[in-house]
Design a protein around this ligand. Structure first.
Ligand code: MG
Length: 393
């Protein structure tokens, strides 16, 4: 390891992955120095993080929030506080930040992720929406700026490890899915799903948006698209298999019929720390998987009838262009409406499917093109919401 601690910027510092990232910093303070924090809101949690880590820069999603926060902190710690979208980008490109943890949920994480890669940073990518919405542009930014993407998503971290140091191309990538809270539920039970039952994920502890995505399997759909860009694979080489124990985090299949897999106890701290310390592997302090006790590993194909989001994601993956941006944006609108109690569980795929079906696929050349496709999809999906509310009653 290096003797100097690495400068670290955490985008989405108050969220689930942000907190796990800062736990790694607490465990290895000699390795990391928090130089930047970015968050959507200037709440008490962010205030306590600023007190604790004394970053050089804080980025906030809105200027008003930044003004509010400046009054409280600006003068006291000499911390620079920047508001608006450029505030988060300022943190992503902050000169002292060698590593950037990109953990803002949703499309808001796109520009800062691209900015960090274009500035040559090592980016731990927890914001899968960046690759889903703008995969080719994100890859281009990394190639031109010298930045490097290290996946934080447990499945992609697993594949990253299985492919490390190998010359031969994989035949297929197998993403494992826990199946979420409705793995064994009937269609009728799923139709009655509430926010509470949907948020009861069996194996992973995550934020609400991704937990809903895990219940619909849209999360796995988004991960297929993420894998396509992270590992430069053709759409039909990316497969999904349900694995309820969440111990095999993903597999890579090679031409000779061999599979390599990465296994471990399901805890987000492991892939988060992997991205931060890569290529080093160091202790997490967590209870490891025990092979001295009986252990069963089950695999079965996903049910396309109960999980239509998986098919919708494959449609977008194969369509290419801006289709995945539309899928992602429509899904964010649908999940937001579901969490607000406005629509039912199966209205999520209905809303996404209708939006995707109404979209004419374009070839985005810039981030602005992606933002336009994203906005179009949000407006379209929102316009369909009243009809869904009727259906949900
Ligand atoms: Mg995942």
């Amino acid at each position: 390891m290096t003797s100097e601690p690495r400068g670290l910027a955490v985008l989405g510092a108050t969220g689930s992955v942000g907190s796990t990232t800062l736990d790694v910093v607490d465990r290895y303070p000699e390795r990391f120095r928090v130089v930047g924090l970015a968050a959507g809101r200037a709440g008490e949690r962010l205030a306590s993080l600023v007190e604790r880590y004394r970053p050089e820069v804080v980025g906030l999603g809105s200027r008003r929030e930044a003004d509010r926060f400046s009054k409280r902190f600006g003068a006291r710690h000499g911390v620079r506080i920047v508001g608006g979208p450029e505030g988060v980008e300022a943190v992503a490109c902050w000169p002292g930040a060698e590593t950037v943890m990109s953990a803002i949920v949703g499309a808001a994480g796109l520009r800062p992720t691209v900015a960090a890669l274009a500035a040559g940073r090592v980016v731990g990518l927890a914001n899968k929406e960046s690759l889903v919405a703008a995969g080719p542009l994100v890859a281009k930014a990394a190639a031109s700026g010298g930045g490097r993407l290290i996946p934080v998503d447990s499945e992609h971290a697993a594949i990253h490890q299985c492919l490390a140091g190998r010359e031969e191309p994989p035949r297929r990538l197998w993403l494992t899915a826990s199946g979420g809270p409705f793995r064994t539920a009937t269609r009728e039970e799923m139709r009655e799903a509430t926010v509470e039952t949907t948020l009861r994920h069996p194996t992973w502890r995550m934020g609400p948006k991704i937990t809903v995505d895990s219940a619909t399997l849209m999360n796995k759909g988004l991960e297929m698209i993420e894998a396509r860009w992270l590992f430069d694979q053709a759409p039909d080489a990316i497969r999904v298999v349900v694995h309820p124990q969440s111990i095999v985090h993903s597999l890579v299949e090679f031409d000779d019929g061999s599979f390599l897999a990465q296994l471990g106890a399901p805890h987000m701290a492991v892939p988060v720390q992997y991205a931060l310390t890569w290529p080093d592997r160091i202790g997490t302090g967590l209870e490891p998987l025990s092979l001295e006790e009986a252990l069963s590993l089950d695999f079965h194909p996903p049910d396309p009838e109960r999980f239509p989001c998986l098919r919708l994601a494959r449609t977008a993956l194969e369509a290419g262009g801006d289709a995945a941006a539309v899928l992602n944006a429509a899904n964010e609108v649908a999940v937001g409406a579901f969490l607000a109690g406005e629509i039912g569980f199966f209205d999520i795929p209905a809303l996404v499917g209708e939006t995707l079906g109404a979209h004419e696929v374009g070839e985005p050349g810039t981030l602005d093109d992606i933002v336009r496709a994203d906005r179009w999809a949000r407006t379209r999906a929102a316009s369909l919401l009243p009809r869904m509310e009727v259906a949900a009653c």
